[in-house]
Design a protein around this ligand. Structure first.
Ligand SMILES: [Fe+2]
Length: 321
């Protein structure tokens, strides 16, 4: 009986989850996915991404200094992704100009990052253009992150070997095209969580939460020497800003799967990870992911000034990585 009720529940939930696709062509401004009809959707990236090279890069990412138990590693990058046929959102240019000014940048340098300047690259098939933005700090509102909210967090850049590559560009374009936004700032986070036999790793320190975005993407790049039940992705529904109880999604997302979800309508969590074999890799297990979140004002814009260490304004100044 209980099983039948649950089955009925999932049928209703999955029926609600069927949404019309966004319409993105190079010839017209995109028509956005109707987020009121969207909860989540998983996509297999094997046909368009080779993530094998990215998996090896995670070994280079330094420890996240803001997690005192030291099990998290993080590198980040910021992009502006705008469709050529859509008007620029003024609030985005204003925000970028303001954070650039707070970072000590001249107007001339700052203008290079605005939509009036030439983008770093362009995708002919979709009509999207992208600008790689400076290495801003993350400064999330306390409303969304009770553990690290309002604290400025400084992270190193993702290697340009990755961010300049065609696969990475395809990932950004896939994200933009799936939701069909006109103009947004995208935060990309490469994140590893590790564990040992005597210390597990937590993919979501703050428990079930929302991040204050409209929609988020997560790509699983690598699960190495962790138990099959490690890092289970779980969603529950939001009810007027409150978390509800029933799990509407409770699955281990396999390597190579990209999952999109509606951050306004669901709360998310990832269960802890534990090593599978004590005799492998010195008993260490890892889970490596990429998180993508698009920001459009007046929503949460968790962007702080560029840290002193990363104030290299022209590409020639970028450290070799
Ligand atoms: Fe999150």
């Amino acid at each position: 009986m209980q099983y039948q009720i649950l089955t009925l529940y999932y049928l209703i939930m999955s029926a609600q989850n069927i949404a019309a696709k966004a319409i993105v062509t190079p010839d017209a401004a995109p028509i956005e996915l109707d987020l009121s009809q969207f909860l989540y959707e998983a996509v297999d990236t094997a046909p368009f991404l080779n993530i094998a090279d990215w998996a090896t890069y995670y070994d280079e990412i330094p420890t996240d200094p803001y997690i005192k138990d030291g099990y998290r590693y993080k590198a980040i990058a910021w992009f502006r992704v705008k469709h050529d046929k859509a008007n620029a959102i003024e609030g985005i240019d204003d925000h970028i100009a303001e954070v650039n000014r707070l970072s000590g940048m001249s107007d001339e340098e700052s203008n290079k990052y605005l939509s009036s300047s030439k983008p770093n690259w362009h995708d002919n098939a979709s009509g999207y253009s992208a600008w790689q933005l400076p290495q801003y700090a993350m400064q999330q509102s306390i409303k969304y992150n009770p553990v690290h909210g309002d604290m400025r967090r400084e992270y190193p850049p993702i290697s340009t070997n990755i961010t300049d590559g065609a696969d990475f560009h395809r990932l950004l374009i896939h994200y933009a095209s799936f939701f069909g936004w006109s103009d947004a700032i995208v935060l990309v986070q490469f994140q590893r969580v590790d564990c040992y036999t005597d210390r597990s790793g937590l993919p979501a320190v703050e428990g079930f939460h929302q991040d204050g975005n409209r929609h988020v993407a997560m790509l699983i790049v690598n699960r190495d020497n962790i138990t099959p039940e490690s890092g289970v992705s779980q969603y529950v529904m939001d009810d007027s800003g409150q978390k509800t109880e029933p799990l509407i999604f409770n699955e281990v997302i396999p390597t190579g799967q990209l999952i999109y979800w509606n951050d306004k309508r669901v709360w998310h969590y990832g269960t802890e990870i534990k090593p599978a074999e004590a005799s492998v890799n010195g008993g260490r297990g890892v889970r490596d992911i990429i998180l993508l979140s698009a920001k459009t004002p007046p929503a949460n814009m968790p962007i702080g000034p560029v840290p002193e260490t990363y104030r290299y304004w022209s590409e020639a100044d970028y450290p070799v990585s």
